[in-house]
Design a protein around this ligand. Structure first.
Ligand code: HEC
Length: 354
């Protein structure tokens, strides 16, 4: 029995080490924080951090992250069982406190493991920009609520063990009440987590049942902004960057080639970034060569045959992002480049809201 607290302490010490190791190794599954504003000036010097092959530890770390949805259910269930026993011991005094104790101790270890995995899972899933990033409330509450649960569960597991040693005399109320509190919060935290994955249909259903109108909206259940539909320019009209091109690039390209990500070492959200030399082909090619789509990798990438593995360029947007673009959009981009690729100064493209 004495080994269990030792294990928990061990895990607690490992937690910060584990969570910083990948960063120390220079790995980040999410966007590198250097990104944002330096882009225009340091686009050429910044080192690519994303497109290299992940090493063994990184793969392991990602595996750990992806196990979060499995791991979380153990502490939740165990805490509920423990709380259930504690409550039901009033009418059924024969129920064993020892069982509740075991549940809390294992739940504490499970909660810590789930937190560690969740940390990485959030960035794999593209939810966060930093640990205190509040732009997405649900993930913020879910993350810190999860940490709260892990801390509480660990604390009350210690009290429970102490209490068990004294034959459930000292700290007996403390750990039992604490377990009830932790079980209640894990319910809420799990619910936020569920909302992240499944949307908030449960609230909707409850409100509907009560005949009330549901108004709360998390940014995640807003439908993705559809690409603005602008009538195509007629034959004698020039393609307009803001009206016709910007919406396509914002909807389909900037998430990977913008302020936060720099796939293939290129960004496309500012004019300065988009009119530089190609990273892949020789120096006669630019990302955009005004007047000449055949020398513009931005266009050439759109028409790559998705099944051609020998091509120097890869299809853009990649197949997994539902590339290629519809033919009319490809034609528009081609025409825009042919007509001189006019990009009014000062226009910066935005990332699609998630
Ligand atoms: C899912 C992320 C993703 C999206 C979305 C995406 N790209 Fe890319 N892009 C990449 C990756 C990865 C590379 C590097 C490919 C390689 O290894 O050659 C790249 C490379 C490029 C290059 C580099 C070619 C060169 O000159 O070196 C261009 C240009 C490009 N993309 C344009 C676009 C355009 C235009 C769109 C939108 C229509 C787009 N990309 C959408 C991931 C993406």
């Amino acid at each position: 029995m004495n080994k269990i607290p030792l294990c928990i302490v061990g895990i607690l010490i490992l937690f910060p080490i584990l969570s910083t190791t990948p960063t120390a190794l220079g790995y980040s599954a999410s966007a590198p924080p250097e990104a944002a504003d330096k882009s225009t000036t340091s686009a050429d010097t910044a080192t690519p951090t994303e497109e290299r092959e992940p090493g063994f530890l990184e793969t392991l770390w990602e595996l750990n992250g992806r196990s979060h949805p499995i791991l979380v259910h153990f502490p939740i269930a165990l805490l509920f069982v423990a709380a259930g026993i504690i409550v039901l011991r009033k009418p059924f005094p024969k129920l064993s406190l020892d069982v509740a104790l075991y549940c809390v101790v294992i739940a504490a270890a499970g909660a810590i493991a789930a937190c560690i995995a969740g940390w990485e899972f959030a960035s794999i899933s593209g939810y966060t920009k930093g640990i205190f990033d509040q732009s997405n409330e649900t993930i913020f509450y879910h993350r810190w609520g999860g940490v709260f649960v892990a801390v509480c569960a660990t604390l009350f597991a210690f009290f429970a063990l102490k209490s068990a040693k004294s034959g459930y005399k000292s700290f007996n109320k403390t750990w039992q009440l604490g377990t009830l509190l932790t079980a209640a919060s894990v319910g809420l935290v799990g619910h936020w987590g569920g909302n992240l994955t499944y949307g908030d249909d449960l609230e909707r259903a409850i409100f509907r049942l009560l005949g009330m109108e549901y108004t709360y909206h998390d940014e995640h259940d807003q439908p993705k902004k559809p690409t603005k539909v602008t009538p195509p320019p007629s034959k004698d009209e020039k393609v307009d960057f803001v009206k016709h091109i910007q919406p396509i690039l914002e909807a389909r390209c900037v998430e990977c080639h913008g302020p936060s990500k720099k796939k293939g070492d290129i960004r496309l959200h500012t004019k300065a970034n988009a009119f530089t030399l190609s990273e892949t082909l020789d120096e006669t090619f630019k990302i955009i060569t005004p007047g000449n789509p055949e020398k513009s990798t931005l266009y050439l990438g759109l028409i790559v045959d998705p099944d051609d593995e020998d091509s120097d360029l890869e299809l853009m947007p990649p197949k997994k992002k539902k590339g290629p673009l519809p033919k009319n959009q490809i034609d528009l981009i081609k025409r825009w480049i042919t007509e001189g690729a006019n990009w009014p100064d000062g226009i910066t493209l935005k990332e699609p809201s998630k």
